[in-house]
Design a protein around this ligand. Structure first.
Ligand code: FAD
Ligand code: NAD
Length: 497
């Protein structure tokens, strides 16, 4: 697998004069903190460190904002918003009829770019400078334990933070590269929706973008080599997403690998290892990501990487070089913007203040923004030793019934002490409903803590509430509590109260 090069940006920055601040710090010869990589982790770290009064230099070779802003969360969610609107218009609900729905593909793709442009100022060099950090445009490389170069110019630091992220990989499959496949980094410069799209990969990117393109009108075939889609999620959740994709017209093929790609007129013919073939106008590869840790001079700085290329960090996000910390996708922790941001703050705080704050992995949420949305946190919810799982089907959640969106469920996993330790929610606003489970896991809350809190009616929060109530009821039904409740009731009867 080879990391994919970055594409040329399609959205201009609001700050066209993207130039570097001086590479020497205002006072002294060394920066308090040099940050390599201006994605979410680097930006949040820069703001945190500058807030402590440290002299901070953030080095970014492309544009501040990173994957989330330019090629990840923002464009994918903007595209999904359009796609879900189209689906809603096509099937507005019983008794409702919409006229013929048409999609202006180029306009939708322009709107995706507008969403990026609207958010971009938050991450711009000007905003970072206002927050107190200096910003340099260039490629950084370590040349020693306390020194980097920026496009060849030496820069010295007391502490450094590495946050260069990850890039999509393109597998070495015969003919694939010649087919000029797109990845999450290069798909956004298309100006028209492809008539036929082959999506390779059944993870979050494949499912989100596969559904988005299908709903907007492309004929999508999704090929995943794993036995099912969304392999990290509860199998019941993955089954609902698969069914939704099929209903959207996606030709879902799992447990099948791509063998080769050959030109087919102006299109591409993909041969699969089950003997079938797919003809497509565009190929989108979404089979995972590789840390951007090559060509950084890590060995010169004493920073170790693991066998997959992720930077080795301890529980405080410190690398093998005691002066260098790392945060974000390049560390191998769950690759999400919220993880990158939280870890950026933690690493910057540890580096600048000399603290030993520790990474907490107990409650890192994840949301796949397909329809239905899949949200999960904590341990798996398929059951396991010492776990009790309670499921509330959304056919029994009044809000879902009222919305006509009952294809979903809320599932909580409890440990032997009745503490919430895992959750999967599938359905509308699943990501929002998940926040309660995240807090419960983080705080070690028990079923009765959630059951005793009044939840507004009718909301999707009823799913979490009723799963907790079911767990409390089941506990009350066990022999000892049941006897205690009966004795208490009998005493009250006899005393006439
Ligand atoms: C299609 C897609 C959708 C996604 N959707 C979501 C979502 O909905 N929710 C969510 O939480 N996460 C989502 N993610 C994941 C999220 O985008 C990443 O986890 C997050 O952006 C990682 O941030 P980071 O700071 O670690 O790295 P990045 O954002 O990749 O930033 C690294 C920066 O370092 C720079 N850099 C690299 N090398 C050098 C060098 N030598 N010198 C100087 N600069 C350098 C790069 O140019 C880049 O700007 C999505 C990802 C993709 C691809
Ligand atoms: N909503 C979100 O938070 C969100 C959305 C998109 C991406 N992300 C982040 O980006 C990361 C990367 O996403 P991703 O979907 O590229 O990777 P992934 O590793 O999560 O999934 C890749 C999928 O491709 C399949 N695959 C691997 N090789 C294949 C091959 N040769 N042919 C066919 N299928 C193959 C795998 O079995 C797997 O199902 C995610 O893990 C996540 O951390 C998050």
């Amino acid at each position: 697998m080879t990391p994919e090069p970055r594409d040329v940006p399609t959205v201009p920055m609001t700050d066209p004069a993207w130039t570097s601040d001086p590479l020497t710090p205002p006072h002294g010869a060394e920066w308090d903190l040099v940050i390599v990589g201006g994605g979410t982790a680097g930006i949040v770290a820069a703001r945190t460190a500058a807030g402590f009064g440290a002299s901070v230099l953030l080095v970014e070779r492309d544009r501040p904002g990173g994957d989330c802003l330019w090629t990840g969360c923002v464009p994918s969610k903007a595209m999904l918003a359009a796609a879900h609107s189209v689906a809603g218009m096509r099937a507005p609900g019983p008794g409702l009829h919409a006229g013929h729905v048409t999609v202006d593909g180029p306009a939708v793709l322009r709107r995706v770019q507008e969403a990026i442009a609207a958010i971009e100022p938050d991450d711009s060099p000007a905003t970072l400078r206002r927050a107190g950090a200096a910003v340099a445009h260039g490629t950084a490389r370590f040349t020693g334990p306390r020194e980097i170069t920026v496009d060849g110019t030496p820069v010295r630091f007391r502490r450094a933070l590495l946050s260069t992220g990850a890039a999509p990989v393109v597998p070495d499959i015969p003919g694939l590269r010649a087919a000029d496949p797109r990845t999450s980094e290069t798909i956004w410069s298309i100006t028209e929706l492809p008539a036929r799209l082959l999506v390779v990969g059944g993870g979050p990117i494949g499912c989100e973008l596969g559904q988005a393109f299908a709903r907007l009108g492309s004929r999508v075939t999704l090929v995943g080599s794993a036995p099912r889609l969304l392999g990290r999620e509860d199998p019941d959740a993955a089954a609902l997403v698969t069914a939704a994709l099929v209903a959207d017209g996606v030709d879902v093929r799992t447990g099948v690998a791509l063998s080769s790609v050959v030109p087919d007129g102006g299109a591409h013919r993909a041969d699969l290892d089950d003997g079938t073939e797919v003809v497509a106008d565009l190929v989108l590869v979404a089979v995972g990501r590789h840390p951007r840790t090559t060509d950084l001079g890590l060995a010169e700085a004493g920073i170790a990487v693991d066998e997959r290329g992720f930077v080795r960090v301890d529980a405080h996000l410190r690398t093998g070089n005691p002066r260098v910390w790392a945060a974000g996708d390049l560390t191998g922790y769950p690759a999400f913007t919220h993880t990158a941001g939280v870890h950026g703050t933690l690493a910057a705080t540890n580096a600048v203040l000399g603290l030993r704050g520790t990474v907490d992995t107990t409650a890192i949420p994840r949301v796949t923004f397909t329809q239905p949305e899949v949200a999960a946190v904590g341990v798996g919810t398929s059951g396991g030793p010492g776990l009790t799982v309670r499921t509330v089907q959304h056919a029994h959640v009044d809000r879902a019934v009222a919305d006509g969106a009952t294809d979903g469920f809320t599932r909580l996993a409890f440990d032997r002490r009745n503490r919430v330790v895992g959750a999967t929610i599938v359905g509308p606003r699943a990501g929002e409903s998940l926040a309660e489970a995240v807090l419960a896991i983080r705080q070690g809350l028990r079923a009765r803590d959630i059951a005793s809190a009044t939840h507004a009616y009718p909301t999707y929060g009823d799913g979490v509430w009723n799963a907790a109530i079911a767990q409390v009821r089941a506990q009350l039904g066990r022999p000892v509590p049941r006897t205690a409740v009966r004795v208490l009731a009998a005493v009250r009867r006899r005393s006439g109260r």
